[in-house]
Ligand binder design. Structure first.
Ligand code: SF4
Ligand code: SF4
Length: 335
């Protein structure tokens, strides 16, 4: 089993983190079974968020008796000090704990710093002083915000999308975190479902000794896959290198990562699915997407009112309405 130390936090965990966003989609019993199995097989890092509906509650129910043996990280999206405290208290209650190991600002559009007028960083510092959180983290999809946070010296960890599709700026961020002793937590290691070979994803991330990948896990078969890799670490072979090279070629350019930060859409378009439809149809079993439900979902693209909400919220600066339209045209060729 490989271990990773999260920068200046000194927290050392199995290099296999549990991303608990998807457990909100399964029942309490299924979630408890998954989380418990993960723990019993050596996973010690559990990442959730106030925004992931009942994910925190499920972690609290499943792991309260082993609280002192695990690392729990959660997040707040609040932009006000009152909201910050309300979120923190709710998270503590639902997680059935009196402290959060790493409390993270959840993808803020700016990097909170002391005296910026928002009061958010001061609230973090106060929460730490009160012992309600141990370390201060930030998650982001925007490289400039992430870089500013790491360089500020104010954050103990950064959570950022990182996979074998990463470009030069992402690699620089990983290096910067190492140099500044900031823990790097890699999200979207499967690029929101577009990366199909978990062994390739695992082997790639395993090359970075300061990176902790968190895998979004919803099914037992997915958990089993990552548990298997703990003792059978996939190596970067020539075959995998060639596979990744081909993947980078296929997935180059502007593509939707499925992060969902553009939601809600007033026309009720499921943007993370619809804006990736062309890729999903070619990279996953297509029946589900071509069903009556799938067709109704895609037809909603015609209802776009061009409000620009998605464009202004997309961290990848995508022209989402244009991308949706292209996907719709392509989709129709499959019918
Ligand atoms: S521009 Fe269209 S797709 Fe984007 S949020 Fe507005 S209605 Fe939805
Ligand atoms: S359009 Fe942008 S914000 Fe919306 S899901 Fe795709 S990458 Fe994320």
């Amino acid at each position: 089993m490989n271990y990773v130390t999260l920068g200046r936090t000194g927290l050392q965990v199995n290099k296999n983190g549990f991303g608990a966003l998807p457990v909100q989609r399964v029942s309490m019993d299924e979630a408890k079974k998954l989380l418990r199995k993960a723990y019993e097989n050596g996973i010690r890092f559990f990442d959730t968020a106030r925004a992931y509906s009942d994910s925190e509650e499920k972690i609290g129910e499943a792991l309260q008796d082993v609280r002192d043996r695990i690392v729990i990280t959660t997040k707040t999206m609040s932009t006000t000090v009152d909201g910050f405290w309300k979120d923190l208290e709710t998270s503590l209650t639902l997680l059935k704990t009196d402290y959060i190991d790493i409390y993270q600002f959840h993808n803020p559009s700016f990097c909170p710093v002391p005296e910026d007028g928002s009061g958010l960083y001061e609230a973090m510092a106060e929460a730490k002083k009160q012992g309600k959180i141990r370390f201060i983290g930030i998650t982001n999809h925007r490289a400039p915000v992430a870089k500013e946070a790491v360089q500020s010296g104010l954050y103990d960890t950064l959570q950022f999308p990182f996979s074998y599709l990463a470009g030069k700026p992402d690699l620089e961020l990983v290096r910067l975190c190492r140099n500044r002793n900031v823990g790097f937590i890699a999200m979207k290691a499967l690029s929101g479902g577009l990366i199909r070979r978990s062994d390739a994803a695992y082997a790639y991330l395993n090359q970075f000794d300061n990176v902790l990948p968190i895998w979004g896990i919803q099914r037992e078969s997915e958990l089993d896959e990552f548990l298997y890799y703990q003792d059978n670490i996939p190596c970067m072979t020539e075959e995998l290198e060639e596979f990744i090279r081909q993947e980078r070629e296929d997935l180059s350019g502007d593509f939707c990562r499925g992060c969902g930060y553009c939601l809600p859409c007033p026309a009720r378009i499921d943007i993370p699915t619809c804006a990736r439809m062309s890729l999903l149809l070619r990279r996953a079993p297509s029946e589900r997407f071509l069903s009556q439900d799938g067709q109704a979902k895609m037809k909603r693209i015609e209802d776009c009112v061009h409000c620009n909400h998605c464009v202004s919220h997309c961290p990848y600066q995508l022209n989402t309405p244009e991308l949706l339209q292209k996907n719709l045209e392509d989709y129709r060729t499959f019918l």
